[in-house]
Design a protein around this ligand. Structure first.
Ligand SMILES: *Cc1c(COP(=O)(O)O)cnc(C)c1O
Length: 225
């Protein structure tokens, strides 16, 4: 791939403008993209952090792309019966939304790997259809994670309900408050993951430290996912 401008350059520029001197990390959402597409992006841009929604799909990519040294995040719902594969495949799980996942992830995290990084996913708009815990459940989940030496609590993640900029901004601001509250008792929590292709600048303005971008990097996904 040539070194001429590609979508990721423009995205990085927009992130850094919105961040106004703060560090904001880009998670490239690679779900549904082929190994070839992901490799091309990694090799041409140096991007190493990738987000996947399905454990099985990520296991195949991890094997195919191991030579690149990528960092894999699970951003999709984690089924309880996939905890072993998830603990072996990912560096981060960004979708912790119930206590039941915590002990199996700790037990199955391989001893020769660094502790598994976790984000607690919050259902910030209280949508029936969405994964994520209620805000009043965050502290109990955080305490349970902090008690496990094979797990590392890194922060919070959210996907606000679609809406106008004002409602998105309210949701992002509410997440920021929850994040600050978490940090008061969990000083090592350093990651607030919010913002996608259509709204990442708003999320950054409200305090995101990490944005998750797929479509704006790779183009539209075939079908829905
Ligand atoms: C698919 C997905 C994204 C990326 O969405 P785009 O609109 O393609 O940028 C981000 N976060 C989660 C949790 C996703 O499932």
């Amino acid at each position: 791939m040539s070194s001429s401008a590609q979508p990721i350059d423009r995205i990085r520029e927009r992130i850094s403008q919105a961040a106004d001197g703060r560090q904001v990390d880009l998670l490239a959402v690679s779900k549904t993209r082929s190994d070839i597409e992901v490799r091309a992006l990694a090799e041409s841009s140096g991007q190493r952090a990738f987000g996947e929604n399905y454990v099985q799909e990520a296991m195949a990519k991890r094997e195919a792309l191991a030579d690149l040294g990528p960092v894999w995040h699970l951003i999709g719902h984690l089924q309880s019966n996939k905890c072993r594969e998830a603990a072996e495949t990912f560096d981060w799980i960004d979708s912790i939304d119930r206590a039941k996942l915590i002990a199996p992830l700790a037990r199955f995290r391989p001893a020769d790997r660094a502790p598994l990084n976790l984000l607690i996913q919050v259902n910030i708009d209280d949508e029936d259809s969405k994964s994520g815990c209620r805000p009043d459940q965050i502290e109990a989940l955080a305490a349970a994670i902090a008690a496990e030496s094979r797990l590392k609590l890194r922060g919070l993640m959210a996907i606000p309900a679609p809406g106008d900029p004002a409602s998105l901004r309210r949701a992002f601001a509410a997440m920021r408050q929850l994040f600050e509250r978490l940090r008061a008792t969990h000083r090592d929590a350093d990651t607030l993951s919010m913002g996608m292709s259509d709204d990442f600048e708003l999320a950054i303005a409200e305090g995101a430290t990490q944005v998750r971008i797929g479509t704006a990097l790779f183009g539209p996904r075939p079908g829905k996912s």
